[in-house]
Design a protein around this ligand. Structure first.
Ligand code: ADP
Length: 740
């Protein structure tokens, strides 16, 4: 991964981290918002329930008092005292008053009756201008203020008159409207419940005066969360709501949470409003979103850095791995190329290469070694090599001693050079002569890990060497006799031509003439030998120049030369100069062929020359030169009526220097060897047979299409001599050269 890949990955992680952080933060915020809403709702419900519950408790209290008061036929001050002595603490309550109704004329009677019941000194003080009068008879002060004045007319207060009217009508407790008193400083309200006698008749009311703040504080002071503000509003005379108390008055921020709730109180509906700063509510508006955002951002940055570092490291590591892999691949490719090259070298080597391991098992034969050894499969041990491959000493009879095998010596750490051995087996039935050199492999580690041997086929080389030796011997021998003759006859001529002191003419001119003729014949003989040697070399080594050749023209040219050539070589043996009869040569139809014209002429010249030469002395050579055509080849036939070749010699007349009748006719024994070499280089063959009716017939078969047997330059290095002769093994034994 490159650097921009790492950057992209890091950026992706950063964006993802930021999104997750924002998501988590918004989830927490949402949760807190919901939690705040729930909290304010809970506070609101709690406050409403507390107010309603507290009012109920107050109502129950005055109902109990009313019931207790109603149970007395005559309500004495003591009875009132007893009935109200055990009322529970009622926060905000100012006084509990027993109120009775009285109308115009009945006021005095009522006053008298209550005085009679025990309220001594009770004086009803009817307010003016009102129809209904409500007089307080007994009162219990609850807030420690001065006791109420008995006999006051509460009908003077419209709110009180109204609540009592409501209570009388409903038969149950009622609550008054709220009112401001003390110059607007206080909010008051009252609860009133009817007092009925045993007969069900209304006897009065129990009225409980309340101060708004006190009541509300008492109801909510302990219940409401101290950071929540609650305001209670009650109905007021004239319509609308009058706030009667506020608990926990706090500064209210713009985003404050609010809840309003209506509370049914007796026949009226109060209104409760709850407000709170969301930050003050438990579980709401905490620092958690901020903390989560900060932590998420920090974590995101950290993870991003880590991812970037890791990915760049990974990218560097990957780059290193890629480079190492590339180098390894290159090294492997180079090693493979090297191996292939070595394999190719081994395969194309003309020399055989064989490698064995330390245990003597064959590890490798290149194709040349396999071809030289000639057998498929390899023996398990080196001891079996001589028998398996057919290895013999150069005497061709004694099996090669296993202990002397070059490979065995090399495994012992000894280098061996040019050991000759004969390999003879079904692949090489005539045997080949092989030169073997062997070396130990890797001697540094204490002992050879194996050995390598190089096998070189020296069969042809040895044949060539032998041939050269024979060649030298023949040249020396054959050149010596004409040279001796030239030397001797030259002396005779000189002697015959020398004049004595008294005479001016030569003494013996005839003798000198014969001697000079002999000198000339000796020179001809030597030239013949040298020509043959040159022709032999040309036939072997001259490059082929294949062109279209008119065979008839070649034959006619040779015949013309041969018949003009006088005296023939037999003159060397003749004691007198006598011209031989002119040969009769019949030339048949001869085609054009593809051949080297110079070399082809050599073949024709040798065959016609032999046909003339090997005719008995004095007999006219009778020769036919014809041709047989075939789609694939042309067969040139040279037939004579000469002395013929005995059957025992026919197989060998094509060998170099072989002569069937060396004593009777001059020659080098190279002519037919030259012919065979040239014909074979053209891809053809040559054979000899008896000419029916007497004489000899040579058949030269040449392919019509060019099919030369020219060797490739490398193979030519190994093929030093002419093609294999049937009796080549004789040539491998230099001692036999002279015998042949
Ligand atoms: P050369 O003629 O110099 O001896 P060649 O190689 O031409 O050598 O011939 C080899 C031998 O073959 C000759 O010595 C001869 O005995 C025999 N020979 C060749 N041609 C004929 C022939 N036409 N008739 C009889 N013998 C022949």
């Amino acid at each position: 991964m490159r650097w921009y890949g790492s950057m992209a990955l890091a950026a992706a992680v950063l964006v993802l981290g930021a999104l997750v952080t924002l998501g988590v933060s918004s989830v927490i915020t949402g949760k807190e918002r919901r939690s705040a809403q729930l909290a304010i709702q809970r506070q609101s419900d709690l406050a409403a329930a507390a107010v309603a519950g507290e009012v109920r408790r107050y109502v129950d209290t005055i109902d109990n008092v009313a019931a207790a008061l109603g149970s007395h036929d005559t309500l004495s001050p003591q009875a009132f005292e007893r009935a109200t002595s055990r009322i529970p603490a009622l926060a905000g309550a100012t006084a509990l008053v027993f109120v009775v109704p009285a109308d115009g004329p009945g006021v005095t009677a009522a006053q008298a009756a209550w005085r009679a019941a025990g309220a001594a000194g009770l004086t009803f003080k009817p307010a003016e201008g009102i129809q209904e009068h409500y007089f307080g008879v007994y009162a219990r002060q609850l807030d420690g203020d001065a006791p109420l004045d008995g006999g006051s007319d509460l009908g003077d207060n419209p709110d009180l008159a109204d609540v009592m009217r409501q209570a009388r009508l409903s038969g149950h407790a009622a609550v008054s409207n709220a009112a401001l008193i003390a110059g607007g400083q206080r909010r008051t309200l009252s609860l009133a419940t009817p007092v009925t006698g045993a007969d069900g008749a209304l006897r009065g009311w129990v009225v409980l005066g309340l101060r708004g703040e006190g009541f509300f504080d008492g109801a909510l002071g302990e219940v409401l969360h101290r950071r929540v503000t609650a305001t209670l509003a009650a109905t007021q005379t004239g319509g609308g709501l009058l706030p009667i108390a506020t608990v926990h008055r706090l500064a209210v921020p713009g985003d404050a949470l609010r809840r309003s709730k209506d509370i049914g109180i007796a026949q009226r509906v109060w209104h409760l409003e709850v407000t709170a700063d969301p930050r003050d509510l438990p579980g709401a508006y905490t620092d958690r979103p901020l903390v989560a955002t900060a932590a998420g951002a920090a974590l995101t940055v950290l993870v991003t850095l880590l991812v970037y570092l890791l990915s760049t490291r990974r990218s560097k590591a990957m780059t290193l791995v890629h480079e190492a892999t590339r180098e390894l691949r290159a090294a492997e490719r180079e090693a493979r190329d090297q191996a292939a090259l070595q394999q190719a070298i081994l395969t194309s080597l003309g020399e055989g290469v064989t490698v064995v391991g330390a245990d003597g098992r064959v590890l490798l034969h290149n194709p040349a070694a396999r071809q030289l050894l000639g057998t498929a499969g390899d023996p398990d041990t080196l001891e079996d090599w001589p028998a398996h491959y057919g290895a013999y000493l150069p005497d061709r009879a004694t099996p090669f001693p296993a202990a002397e095998l070059p490979m065995v010596k090399a495994l012992r750490g000894v280098s061996v050079d040019r050991v000759e051995m004969v390999i003879r087996n079904p692949t090489h039935p005539d045997g080949i002569l092989v030169s073997v050199s062997a070396r130990p492999l890797d001697r540094s580690g204490g002992g050879p890990r194996g050995a390598v041997a190089v096998l070189h086929d020296i069969t042809a080389l040895r044949r060539y060497e032998t041939e050269l030796a024979q060649f030298a011997a023949v040249v020396a021998h054959d050149l010596k006799s004409p040279l001796t003759a030239v030397h001797g006859f030259a002396a005779v001529a000189a002697d015959a031509l020398s004049a004595d002191a008294a005479q001016v003419a030569p003494r013996r001119p005839d003798t000198a003439k014969v001697a000079v003729e002999r000198v000339r014949q000796g020179a001809i003989r030597m030239r013949s030998i040298i020509d043959d040697l040159l022709a032999y070399t040309t036939a072997r080594d001259a490059p082929l120049n294949l062109t279209d050749v008119d065979l008839r023209a070649v034959v006619e040219s040779v015949v013309a030369d041969r018949t003009a050539l006088a005296p023939p070589m037999q003159l060397a043996k003749a004691s007198t100069v006598a011209l031989p009869p002119t040969p009769r040569i019949h030339i048949g139809d001869l085609p054009h062929i593809k051949a080297d014209p110079g070399l082809l002429r050599l073949v024709v010249d040798n065959l016609i020359g032999n046909a003339i030469k090997y005719t008995p002395a004095g007999q006219t050579p009778n020769i036919e030169v014809t041709a047989l055509s075939d789609p694939d080849c042309v067969i040139l036939v040279v037939a004579d009526r000469g002395i013929g070749i005995p059957d025992g010699h026919k197989a060998r007349v094509f060998e170099s220097f072989y002569r069937a009748r060396p004593a009777d006719y001059g020659g080098t024994g190279l002519g037919l060897a030259i012919c065979r070499r040239i014909v074979e280089r053209h891809g053809g063959s040559i054979a000899v047979e008896d000419n029916p009716g007497g004489g000899t017939r040579f058949c030269v078969s040449l392919p019509t299409a060019s099919r030369t047997t020219e060797p490739d330059p490398i193979a030519a290095l190994r093929t030093y001599g002419p093609s294999a002769d049937a009796g080549w093994e004789r040539l491998m034994r230099p001692s036999d050269v002279n015998a042949s």
